[in-house]
Each structure stands twice: as C-alpha cells, then as structure tokens.
Design a protein around this ligand. Structure first.
Ligand code: SIN
Length: 284
C-alpha cells in the first residue's frame, strides 16, 4: 500500500484545511492515516473534494479512526445501521444541525468526530460553518481563563429539542418530551475548559445548542457569560465556511470545533451520509 503525496491547504488561519492528493475509496496506508489524523487535530476540520465513495468505503475510512459512534436519534441509511443520514426534504422547514453545536455534548463520551459525505445537494445554499474552540479559548483574557478553569457546565439533549431554531423537524412540547422517554433526558456535566486528548491544547467546551448553565449557577446567571463566550467563538476570524459540491467529504474533530448547518434552501432536498467515530471522556 503506497503512501500518497498529501498536500494540506489551510482555508483560513484558525480553522479548516483542504486535503489534496488522496483517494478515500482506497485503503489508507499507515503514513496517510497519520498525516490525516495530525491534520485533523491541527486544523479541526478537513475538506476532501472530488471523491467517489460507497457507504462501505465511507465506513471503512471512519473505522480507521476508531469504532463507529451511532446516534440513537438520527435515521440510518438503508442496509447500513452504522451510517447515519442527514436529510432535509423540500417540504421540511427545519434541518439537522441548524445551530452552532458540538455533537452529543450531552453525553459522557461525545464522538471524536464525524465524516459527512455529500449525496444530494441543493443547487445553492446548505453550506456548513465551523468554529475553532481552541482559538476561541486563546482569545480570552488571562483573568477570564482563570475564572473558567475551575468551572463545569451542564449539557442536555432536551435543550436542543425545545429550542425554537434547532435540529428536530419542529419544536417539541413539554408533554411530548415526557413521552419521548429517557433517551431525550440525557445530560452530562463537563469541564468548561477541556484539554484536547491528542494535542493537549485547551478548548472552550460550551456550546449554544446543548449547554444549559454552569454547574452550581442558575440559567439566568449563566446566560450573560455564556453569550459573551459564544460571541467570541463565532467571530469571523475564528470560523470558516464550506460550500458543498458533488464529491465533497468533510471530517471534523468534534473535540475542537463547533459546526452549524446553514438552513437557507427551503423547498430543496439535501442529503448527506454521516459516519461518526467514538470519542472519550472530556477532561480538563
Ligand atoms: C450535522 O450537524 O451533523 C449536520 C451538518 C450538515 O448538515 O452540514
């Protein structure tokens, strides 16, 4: 198995790089795997263009990085219980992931990352945004960093289901939430400043979709500080935007970046396949 001449082309100074010179339909050599893993940790999200991969090849690529993480709520591709489907139909108004978030931060071990493959795209719109939460941390004053260092925050799944503009197809009422059982009541407390398990970089680990409040604080007390942190995180200098095309594959490091699926293509279909990789406990 040959190691390719991979080129890494950053798309901004803080987040995102295009990877050139690799065909994801091939089995990855150890050398290529290591280059990609290193680039993922460095740039937070990798963009591969002009790829043509089957669901089996998609899964095999993901499995090189770890065991599959299977979301309980997302639909699956027919015949592929480990491959999720991110779909919005022309008659749907809400999309999956239409707000800044870290996938599954309400669970004890959120996924390491996810690999999305474009399957059907609107002729325009439906881009995905990424924000680097390690550089968001770096922008904070030393006083703010010290304050946050000892803090934890509560992340809850129901926060997203009940929000006005988030991932479910519509807003879920209190009664419906009751009937949805234990799965939607999943929540977990994580440190506000986490350490990336591979690079050791510090990461601001809160997000507008799932973080409810700081541990030991009320929601009302938490809101102003959370909103300040969110504003820092989404400054243009800290983000990048990816425009999907036929053949696009995107791999993000869910420990480092937030992502946001732009919902600006009502009346059109958008379908992507998603393979996620199991992660580890979030540690300070
Ligand atoms: C997601 O949040 O996983 C969906 C991202 C996208 O559709 O671009």
């Amino acid at each position: 198995m040959k190691t390719n001449e991979i080129d890494i082309l950053p798309v901004s100074n803080s987040v995102g790089a295009e990877i050139l010179g690799i065909n994801l339909a091939d089995t990855l050599s150890d050398g290529d795997y290591q280059k990609i893993r290193k680039a993922l940790c460095q740039w937070g999200v990798l963009f591969f263009k002009d790829q043509d991969i089957t669901p089996d090849q998609h899964l095999r690529f993901g499995q090189r990085f770890g065991e599959p993480h299977v979301s309980k709520t997302i639909s699956k591709v027919s015949g592929y219980p480990l491959v999720g489907e991110v779909r919005k139909e022309p008659d749907q108004r809400r999309n999956i992931g239409g707000n800044w978030h870290t996938d599954h931060s309400f669970s004890e071990t959120p996924p390491l990352g996810s690999i999305l493959v474009a399957r059907e795209l609107p002729d325009n719109g439906g881009d995905t945004l990424f924000a680097n939460m390690s550089s968001a941390f770096q922008k904070l004053s030393s006083g703010m960093r010290k304050t946050l260092a000892g803090m934890s925050a509560v992340h809850a799944k129901k926060n997203a289901l009940q929000s006005k503009n988030l991932s479910a197809d519509r807003q879920v009422s209190d009664d419906e939430l009751q009937s949805m059982g234990q799965a939607v009541r999943e929540q977990f407390i994580h440190p506000v400043i986490a350490k990336h398990p591979e690079t050791g970089r510090e990461i601001l680990y809160v997000n507008p979709t799932y973080t409810v409040r700081f541990d030991g604080w009320t929601e009302e007390e938490s809101k102003p500080l959370l909103n300040f942190l969110y504003d820092q995180a989404i400054s243009p200098e800290n983000t990048c935007r990816f425009q999907w095309d036929e053949g696009s594959v995107v791999f993000w490091d869910n420990r480092t970046v937030w992502h946001y699926a732009v919902n600006d293509y009502h009346g059109k279909r958008r379908v992507l396949h998603r393979v996620s990789v199991k992660g580890s406990k979030v540690s300070a």
